[in-house]
Ligand binder design. Sequence first.
Ligand code: EPZ
Length: 455
Amino acid sequence: MHNLKHSPLVEAPEFIVIDPHKAMMASSLDKIRVQGGTQLNGEIPISGAKNAALKHLCAAMLTGDPIQFTNMPVGLKDIQTLAALMKEMGVEMTLRSDGVMFVQAKDIHSTEAPYDLVRRMRASVLVMGPLLGRFGEATVSLPGGCSIGTRPIDLHLDGFRAMGADITLEEGYVKATAPAGGLHGAKILFPKVSVGATENVMMAATLAKGETVLMNAAREPEIIDQGEALIKMGAKISGLGTSEIRIEGVPHLHGMTHDIIPDRIETGTFMIGVALTGGTVTLKHTRTDFLTSLIGPLQQAGVTIEESGEDVIVHRNGKPLVGTDIMTEPYPGFATDLQAQFMTMLTMCEGAGMVTETIFENRFMHVPELQRMGADITVQGNSAIVRGVKKLKGAEVMATDLRASVSLILAGLVAEGETTVDRIYHLDRGYENLVDKLEACGAKVFRESSRQAEE
Ligand code: EPZ
């Protein structure tokens, strides 16, 4: 219900027709033009968390009962892609523009996630845990590498194996089959902290026989949100938010209603935007407790952040920003999903700052693009030294992942002249109404559709 109450961008709930193939084709050639030099001042409604919402949708397949979500970021292409995949499997769903979504997985007629959809969105592998847990089988195309790294799913598969599943690989597809009596509980020690593996195995374990203990589990707020929703469905889970999660399997789960947590990465992105441009922006319906690892460095740099009920007020006066170092780590460490945006901020700081990326091996794709705008950045291995410059200059840039793309939009907000960001398709995956939200705060941002460009 939050979007209805808070979002001035949504007037009346409309029903959204899921056709991700068409939508992606239409937006893949779009560009965003940014005219730099204006402050951000105003209000921005924060959407529901993409990385929680995707897993909630998958978890809805653990029961045949109806599930209702509120604060679902239905405008995101990733949500629409996953919804299309689940629809193909036989899941009934209705998406409304006010963020209300109804899902019912009563009659599933396929337990296969095809290559075409998994390749568009790696999170599709998260259907595996629920399908395996409830139906005893799942066939999912191997996602392959992606622009930010090789990103294997071995930890997911090892977890399922420990619970008794047989895993085979045929023609690029992973087939997981539960033993005759269904999955059984197991003690699983993840050799590396993985958000996706923790979630996938946790979902499968809710319907397994006996207790599953996940050690060295991820502690992200999205996992807590997912666990809390599963508990509402009847799952027995303890230890959420710690590195040891215990799940006592139950025979069935049931329907429920769940309000999705606000998107901490979107919140952090706009905080960094205000840090860069200066001004005062109220981020509506969000929280600061998820973002302590960002807020510390932002305050050190000279930004004021205050919580006011369900809102967060971000402010920077005219004083120059001060450079500071960050290193990405699993939660509660600095989020890798905010690294590119923070680096953009450092390019305009007084002094220098060091950025170290420890989660993904190839997450500096924004660096050459920022350099084209005049940034002074030196990369050595997984670290980058960013020396502040007096100004960035607008340029035509492009990035191959979501957070790198938004970091270039942020750079455009403070660059001299015009910046054009190509391949907007990445942004559409993870930022709802980005252009409208920035425009409402005074930014000069314009989306050029591929059709307009042809005319
Ligand atoms: C989630 O990806 C997020 N995606 C990512 O958000 C985020 O960057 C990442 O967690 C880290 O916070 C979603 O939630 C949909 P991981 P995930 O498993 O689950 C390695 C965004 O911009 N690994 O925690 O795929 C892996 O290669 C994105 O919204 C294995 O080696 O991340 C990586 O180096 C992109 N084997 C590290 O672990 C495995 O089986 C952490 O990955 C699984 C992961």
